[in-house]
Design a protein around this ligand. Structure first.
Ligand code: HEM
Length: 432
């Protein structure tokens, strides 16, 4: 088994122990696969940025996600990745970004309207709900079937990402109950997406959203994107957004509950910037303290808690040779909580990000290099706007889950119930 057993038992502890016992670069194996664990930000950068041409996505991700993502960016080979990435970035800018802020506010307001004073809600479930609504419109625009279609994609994503936790993995062709369920869900999703793509083409893309942007996009050769290419991008965006954002939002409210004065500062900033108006995209740019809160949350609880790569050509990191065929593992969880790079690393201190300290190599919740995330701005915008809409109206008080442990599955989400009591703010009562 090599080190696989200790990784599977407790992945976050595995990374921490690796750094403590073996230092910033460690070699080992999972079964017969050679592995290398990097725990220093300079090494991470050297590999992911300078050494990028020697890398592919790790087979530990590619194999289990292939049936879902096909050639989607996260698992695409280098050439396909280089071709697709500018296309998706452009489609996200053209199809999503313009209406995203408005959709986030509308969905957060619907969520707030469904809450009543004094009731208790499980936060991760609520955050999944609000993000799913935003995502449905972002992906499918004004289609009357947006929510339904997006739910089919989310179901397939959840089943496939949950199945990744199984060990030993059972190959797709073995007809276990779980595999049959995944197969059925993928089939339903593919049928619905195929119909949606045909419909969007017939309507000449008038419904906004990513689907419309992809239908009108042109590839390098000037031709339309094929149906499989469009399908893969739509699925990719669901994989990238929903679980990551819901986790980030949940941890934000969780941490605000650990530090009363921070929660009050957030409320005061929202009150002074947004006041009685409806929150808007431009407000989100004027919430510097909230910005630091989100940044600090993603330091302590990075939704994406590890980055993996497959070395395809021998490469060098910190003077050490990493041979072709090695799977390299790097964890934001360990580097971003390392006392060499952050004072009081386990503490939630948004003030640590006050200027001039605005960025750090040891902070990489969005990855690095050519495969790094391009959703950073949308992430901050989303979390800040939802924070603004909800804190204007409610105070969320943690009643169960103070000791909840993070669960390192596909996204780093709470490993138990995070129950919040919903209390209307005095300012909101007075406004009425
Ligand atoms: C809390 C929120 C988010 C976090 C922590 C996050 C983090 C990451 C990380 C670390 C990667 C790199 C994975 C790797 O190197 O293997 C990534 C990739 C990606 N993210 Fe995000 N992300 C978030 C939200 C978003 C959003 C809102 C979008 C939508 C625009 C997005 C789109 C993508 C895409 C398309 C990729 C694949 C990029 C590629 O392979 O070239 N992400 N994300």
């Amino acid at each position: 088994m090599g080190s696989l057993q200790s990784y599977l038992r407790a992945p976050l502890e595995f990374y921490r122990e690796c750094a403590q016992s073996y230092g910033d670069i460690a070699f080992g194996r999972f079964l017969h696969f050679p592995i290398c664990v990097l725990s220093h930000p300079r090494y991470v950068e050297e590999l992911l940025v300078q050494g990028a041409e020697n890398l592919e996505q790790s087979r530990f991700l590619r194999t289990p996600l292939k049936s879902l993502l096909h050639e989607g960016l996260l698992v695409a080979g280098a050439d396909s990745h280089a071709r697709q990435r500018p296309l998706l970035e452009k489609a996200v800018r053209g199809g999503i970004a313009a209406t995203w802020g408005e959709e986030v506010v509308a969905a957060a307001e619907r969520l707030a309207a469904s809450w009543t004073n004094g009731e208790q809600r499980e936060l991760y479930t609520e955050m999944l709900r609000v993000i799913s609504e935003v995502l449905a419109v972002a992906a499918f625009g004004l289609s009357p079937h947006a929510i339904e279609m997006s739910a089919l994609v989310n179901r397939a994503v959840d089943l496939v990402t949950d199945r990744m936790q199984q060990f030993p993995p059972i190959p797709d062709f073995v007809p276990t109950q779980g595999n049959l369920q995944v197969r059925k869900s993928l089939l339903e999703m593919d049928r619905a997406l195929s119909a949606a793509i045909h419909e969007a083409r017939a309507r000449a893309a008038t419904r906004n959203g990513l689907l419309s942007a992809l239908v009108s996009a042109r590839g390098e050769d000037g031709g339309q994107l094929s149906e499989p290419e469009i399908r893969d991008q739509i699925v990719m965006i669901h994989v990238a957004v929903r679980q990551n954002l819901a986790a980030a939002l949940t941890w934000t409210f969780f941490l605000l509950n650990q530090r009363e004065e921070t929660y009050s500062k957030v409320s005061r900033e929202v009150e002074s910037v947004v006041g009685t108006r409806r929150a808007s995209w431009s407000d989100a740019e004027r919430l510097p303290y909230c910005d630091r809160v989100v940044k600090e949350t993603l330091r302590l609880y990075p939704s994406v808690w590890q980055v993996l790569r497959h070395v395809v050509r021998d490469t060098q990191v910190g003077g050490h040779r990493i041979r072709a065929g090695t799977q390299v593992l790097m964890s934001q969880w360990v580097v971003q909580r390392d006392s060499r790079f952050f004072d009081d690393p386990e503490k939630f201190i948004p003030e640590r990000w006050e200027p001039p300290q605005e960025s750090k190599l040891a902070y990489f919740p969005f990855g690095m290099g050519p495969r790094g995330c391009f959703g950073e701005r949308l992430t901050f915008l989303t979390v800040k706007l939802i924070l603004a809409v909800l804190t204007k109206k409610f105070r969320l008080q943690l009643v169960q889950g103070r000791d909840v442990k993070p669960l390192p599955v596909f996204a780093l989400r709470p490993g138990g119930c995070v129950l919040m009591e919903i209390r209307r703010t005095t300012a909101d009562v007075l406004r009425e």
